[in-house]
Design a protein around this ligand. Structure first.
Ligand SMILES: Cc1cc2nc3c(=O)[nH]c(=O)nc-3n(C[C@H](O)[C@H](O)[C@H](O)COP(=O)(O)OP(=O)(O)OC[C@H]3O[C@@H](n4cnc5c(N)ncnc54)[C@H](O)[C@@H]3O)c2cc1C
Length: 629
């Protein structure tokens, strides 16, 4: 958002970010993900849920990214746009302009994809690459999926987004490609863009129904920035509702309970939280070099050093290059389970150190029915938010994850994994029906902003009652929820789209229909009156400053001499023989219209097996090759 808004030199933008610049080795090096997600740190807010009533009152770890790039600086780097049907369901539920055909041009616009074709863009800022691992595990896992009767696809974001296959990754030349790398860093030299890092927003000041200023802290020092234009709140799925409530915008009863005066009653704030829970299954392995072997003892240091000095080695990998999107039962028109196959034993997000080689499956329910909420525990703006995910509160959610565990076991039992599989360590072969659940990925929370409720499309109401803040951001969408649409790329697509509207490049969309989202970007277009925070600075771009030592303190003040990437104007461009207008919807791309059922994935039963394996015809459907025109 900051990068797009500041393309217009007449607009002055201040970005306030609680974390740092996020350019250290750990963030840049894809293999750093294991360290980044497991502990509270300068990169990770490290929240915990409240005791979860349907999980034996356990509290679950919620990593959230901190610093420029947000959660894209600590995430798993899987490039996943979500299933087209998820977007169409949004559109059908009343969110006009959010159907697959509407959003696809924005995905293409943001992608710097290694694939070409009508479903992908190649010259966008978000770099997407295939995995580099030479481990035989990934191919064996995909083959095992095939042997278990599922289709194979070579592009989860292509025409066949279902089945087993390799993930594409937001990695460029062996380097994590965060949202900041893609959008913000190339814009650093702009004189109209100021970035305040280590600056934590504590409140939005609403006066007379209009958001007029932001209070924030730099260290212990309170600061205030006043906006004559707009304030855009993009602090993610957890802290956007938290900040609104701290500002008196939300449910009166809840805010009164913690001593906050209501300035705008908006009961949906913090409600309708949806998160996909991961069940993690671990196996001991043989014949594989897994993360344990790669980084045990002093090798970890060696991996980091080699990567830092040469950019080479296993530091370039995220150890998560294969997975699946599959349905849990017949009759579903698209998958409701995602599998990540990780070349590591994972216990409690890696908080419990592995002591042997192994692999894990992360089985995730894509469209949970359970609904939770984000709230406040006190009026202290520096306190962690209250997170009540309310996982597994419905029979269907419990069914899907039980089925996922059964499927996971079935897949790992296939012949293709015979050379590499040893004992199941967790939940353990004797555990049937119950196992320990952990969450890994992104919370897909969003306030209850359905069109007929509080502040959604068409309603045209802004959360502050129509005043100075058009809240926009990534994570608070409408009532329908999509498979993995809470991931990084859909968020960037939403930012891209929202600021297309803000920047008057709507490609034919009606700006009146833009989604007033709540989502750490605070922007002040037009004019800006604020004391420049002591830690506000413009960051040098590492690509243009190759001499910059990784992790060094960025230079403060002053403009960078480097050139910004010129804004890409609309207009015609020729690509792969297809002439298209940038910013306009591309021709409709068909994706499979038939309902996807387990049968549509599976060939006829071969009727053989050893009693524990489900043997299906390995000649079942295979989805691969280039995407159809
Ligand atoms: C562990 C993990 C793994 C994931 N894996 C994947 C994956 O493999 N693929 C994928 O596509 N997606 C993944 N995701 C999800 C993806 O990263 C997020 O969906 C996406 O980054 C969300 O973007 P956002 O802009 O909404 O919020 P965020 O990226 O969370 O950004 C919010 C920003 O606001 C800042 N902020 C918060 N509060 C304040 C405040 N008070 N003042 C100032 N700044 C503040 C934060 O520090 C942060 O920089 C993962 C997420 C996590 C946590």
């Amino acid at each position: 958002m900051a990068a797009r808004l500041s393309e217009d030199p007449a607009v002055r933008v201040l970005l306030i970010e609680a974390g740092g610049h996020n350019r250290d080795l750990l963030v840049r090096m894809p293999a750093g993900v294991g360290e980044l997600i497991k502990t509270k740190s300068k990169h990770n807010w490290g929240f915990w849920t409240a005791p979860e009533p349907h999980l034996d009152n356990r509290r679950l770890w919620w990593p959230r990214g901190k610093g420029l790039g947000g959660s894209s600086a600590i995430n798993g780097m899987i490039y996943s746009r979500g299933h087209p049907r998820d977007y169409d369901r949004w559109a059908q539920s009343g969110l006009a302009g959010w159907g697959w055909d509407d959003v696809l041009p924005y995905f293409r616009k943001l992608e710097g994809h290694h694939r070409n074709g009508p479903l992908h863009g190649t010259d966008g800022p978000l770099r997407v690459s295939p995995g580099e691992s030479d481990s035989p595990f990934n191919a064996a896992f995909i083959a095992a999926g095939r042997q278990a009767g599922y289709p194979i696809t070579d592009d989860f974001n292509g025409a066949h987004p279902e089945g087993f296959g390799p993930y594409d990754l937001t990695i460029a030349n062996g380097r994590r490609w965060t949202a900041a790398e893609a959008y913000l860093f190339p814009a650093l030299a702009r004189p109209n863009l100021t970035i305040a890092t280590d600056a934590r927003t504590t409140r939005i000041d609403v006066q007379g129904g209009r958001a007029v200023a932001v209070d924030y802290m730099v260290g212990r020092e309170p600061r205030r920035a006043t906006a004559s234009g707009e304030i855009l709140l993009c602090t993610g799925a957890v802290q956007s509702p938290q900040l609104l409530q701290l500002s008196g915008i939300g449910d009166f009863t809840h805010m009164r309970g913690v001593g906050i005066k209501t300035v705008h009653e908006l009961p949906g704030v913090g409600r309708n939280l949806q998160d996909h829970l991961d069940v993690i299954m671990n196996w001991r392995s043989r014949g594989l070099r897994t993360v344990f072997s790669e980084v045990k003892g002093l090798r970890q240091l060696g991996v980091g050093l080699r990567y830092a000095l040469t950019g080479k080695g296993v530091g370039r990998q995220n150890f998560l290059e294969a997975g699946a999107f599959i349905p849990s039962r017949e009759g579903l028109d698209h998958p409701d389970i995602q599998i990540h196959a990780v070349l590591a034993i994972m216990r409690d997000h890696g908080k419990v150190k592995a002591t042997e080689d192994g692999f894990s499956l992360h089985l995730c329910q894509l469209r949970p029915e359970s609904r939770g909420r984000i709230g406040l525990v006190s009026d202290d703006p520096l306190a962690d938010p209250l997170i009540e995910a309310n996982y597994l509160s419905t029979p269907e959610d419990r069914r899907v994850l039980r089925e996922a565990v059964t499927i996971g076991r079935d897949v790992v039992a296939q012949v293709a994994l015979d050379p590499y599989r040893d004992a199941e360590l967790a939940p353990g072969p004797d555990v049937r029906g119950r196992c320990r659940d952990r969450r890994l990925g992104p919370p897909d929370g969003r306030d209850d902003l359905s069109p007929d409720r509080h502040l959604q499309n068409g309603g045209g109401r802004r959360p502050d009652g129509g005043g100075g803040r058009s809240a926009t951001g990534a994570r608070h969408r409408g009532p329908a929820r999509g498979g993995r649409v809470g991931d990084a790329e859909p968020c960037q697509r939403q930012h891209q789209r929202a600021d297309d509207h803000d920047c008057g490049e709507g490609g034919g969309y009606d700006p009146g229909h833009r989604q007033h989202q709540i989502g750490g970007l605070i922007a002040y277009p037009h004019t800006l009156r604020h004391p420049l925070p002591s830690r506000a600075h413009r960051l040098p771009h590492p690509l243009r400053h190759p001499g910059l030592v990784p992790g060094s303190t960025p230079r403060r003040g002053g403009r960078q001499e480097a050139q910004t990437r010129p804004p890409r104007p609309g207009g015609l461009r020729i690509k792969s023989g297809v002439t298209e207008r940038v910013g306009l919807p591309s021709p409709r791309i068909a994706y499979p219209a038939h309902p996807v059922t387990p049968d549509s994935f599976r060939g006829p039963l071969r009727g053989e097996g050893d009693g524990r394996r489900l043997k299906r015809d390995p000649r079942g459907p295979v989805h691969s090759g280039p995407s159809p025109e």
